[in-house]
Design a protein around this ligand. Structure first.
Ligand SMILES: Nc1nc2c(ncn2[C@@H]2O[C@H](COP(=O)(O)OP(=O)(O)O)[C@@H](O)[C@H]2O)c(=O)[nH]1
Ligand SMILES: [Mg+2]
Ligand SMILES: [Zn+2]
Length: 220
């Protein structure tokens, strides 16, 4: 008798993530998994990115939080579709939670879906959700030792946004060290230095993102 064994939670999740991936491909949508520790600036980056791109790109957002709908309300104020997932304690989003939101969106009316993951520098990097790629924010107030302490997220991400550079005069943090250590972990990492407060560096980021979304769209 052959007993099927699902080897672990990650394997089961990978399967659902693959199904999500097919679904997103069929709908011609670019999907980003946005990760960082709490307070690094994920929702602020979304607000800036939406302001810069919403006239050219149809954006939707999934907000992941342990509880509350505060962030989804911030995004909905921008006039774009936003769905809140409350994990009820879980410290990351997974493929299944993303699938549960499908009925809430009109995917034929979207080009880009950005998923704000639960604030956590550790396990969100382990769980795929069917995204095209992962991006992460590190704010300079968290310290320049974070790449070496939490390498997995830096390894898994395609993009690193170093945020809160307006605070550089007040914080002991070397952006050069962050970049050097992050690139040592992941030589392909694309790095942007930004301030969601002043807007510095935001256009370089949004120009790049717009290019990526267009590349993914065969029809443009
Ligand atoms: N000084 C400064 N504050 C920022 C910047 N980006 C975000 N913040 C502040 O950091 C806090 C957390 O931001 P939020 O976007 O909610 O972070 P999230 O928890 O990662 O979604 C808020 O008080 C923001 O106003 C920045 O570039 N500079
Ligand atoms: Mg947030
Ligand atoms: Zn977790």
């Amino acid at each position: 008798m052959k007993i099927p064994i699902v080897r672990n939670i990650l394997e089961a999740n990978d399967r659902i993530a693959q199904e999500n991936r097919k679904f997103f491909d069929k709908n011609d949508i670019t999907v980003l998994n946005l990760m960082s520790s709490p307070g690094a600036g994920k929702t602020s980056l979304l607000e800036r990115t939406i302001d810069a791109l919403k006239k050219d790109i149809r954006i939707g957002v999934i907000e992941g939080d342990i509880q509350s709908s505060h962030d989804a309300e911030r995004i909905a104020r921008k006039g774009i579709p936003a769905v809140q997932i409350n994990t009820g304690g879980a410290c990351h989003l997974d493929g299944n939670m993303i699938r549960e939101t499908f009925s809430e969106f009109r995917f034929d009316e979207l080009d880009l879906l950005i998923v704000e993951n639960v604030g956590n520098l550790v396990c969100p990097a382990e769980f795929k959700m069917g995204e095209d790629f992962k991006i992460m924010i590190l704010s300079i107030t968290e310290g320049d030792d974070k790449p070496t302490k939490y390498p997995l997220m830096f390894r898994e991400s395609r993009v690193l946004l170093v945020n809160k550079i307006d605070l550089l005069p007040y914080v002991d943090c070397s952006i050069e060290k962050i970049k050097k250590d992050a690139l040592h972990i992941n030589p392909h990492l694309i790095i942007f230095e930004i301030s969601c407060k002043t807007g510095e560096g935001i256009q370089t980021w949004t120009d790049w993102l717009k290019g990526e979304v267009k590349l993914n769209k065969n029809t443009w």
